[in-house]
Ligand binder design. Structure first.
Ligand SMILES: C[S@@+](CC[C@H](N)C(=O)[O-])C[C@H]1O[C@@H](n2cnc3c(N)ncnc32)[C@H](O)[C@@H]1O
Length: 203
């Protein structure tokens, strides 16, 4: 008799909940796990999305040696500096420390945020500025010095962009990969830290 009552009680509970009973703690855990998964996806997506673009340009920060070579290439030059694909902002910040008004354009919003925070922390916010922008859509014509740490496959298209947009005497510093058809004014360093320096004149 007691067993029968228990069975009835169970059946009605299953009916009421549609067969699935989740405790409040369970619901909370599902919510927290889902929230964490969503948050992680939102953080990681900007780091993965470059792989889906026409040219896959991943986030690889410049080495100290590479930064030193870029600064050598900037020596004796004046004016503004633009880093195309500025990553965590290290080149822009170093250029700002060397009295250049420096801008970085970067697709990844987290890296832009980090760069702005780092510049602020170092008291360089007025000379080191960052913007979330696609480098292919960035108008490079107002800059005196342009730094690009790209990948080999994109250098020919970049060369065309520079030839079309760069102002007279613009100093282009290509890190790791050269512009394929132009003769550099000079090169600095060796191996993966090598930089090629080009001086643009109207064609
Ligand atoms: C090789 S890292 C160089 C970072 C930085 N310039 C440095 O030297 O430390 C290239 C950067 O370009 C960014 N990037 C990739 N495609 C881009 C695009 N279309 N427009 C702007 N930034 C882009 C990546 O997110 C990455 O941070």
């Amino acid at each position: 008799m007691g067993e029968l009552n228990l069975l009835e009680l169970n059946k009605s509970a299953v009916k009421k909940t549609g067969g699935l009973q989740i405790s409040t703690t369970g619901k909370l855990l599902v919510g927290i796990t889902g929230g964490i998964a969503l948050g992680l996806s939102a953080i990681c997506a900007p780091f993965i999305s470059p792989a889906l673009r026409r040219f896959c340009l991943p986030y690889i920060p410049a080495t100290n040696e590479q930064i030193a070579n870029v600064l050598k290439a900037l020596k004796g030059h004046k004016g503004t500096v633009l880093d195309l694909g500025s990553g965590d902002g290290r080149i822009v910040i170093e250029a700002a420390k060397n009295k250049f008004v420096s801008h970085g354009v970067e697709l990844n919003p987290w890296l832009v945020l980090y760069s702005k925070f780092d510049a602020f922390k170092q008291g360089l916010s007025s000379n080191a500025q960052f913007q979330r922008q696609d480098l292919w859509k960035c108008d490079v014509s107002k800059y005196d010095n342009i730094v690009i740490f790209g990948v080999e496959q994109m250098m020919a298209d970049l060369e065309k962009k520079f030839q079309k947009e760069c102002k007279t005497n613009c100093n282009v510093i290509a890190c790791r990969f050269p512009l394929p058809n132009l003769i550099p004014e000079t090169t600095i360093g060796n191996g993966i830290d090598k930089v090629w320096v080009y001086n643009f004149q109207p064609s």
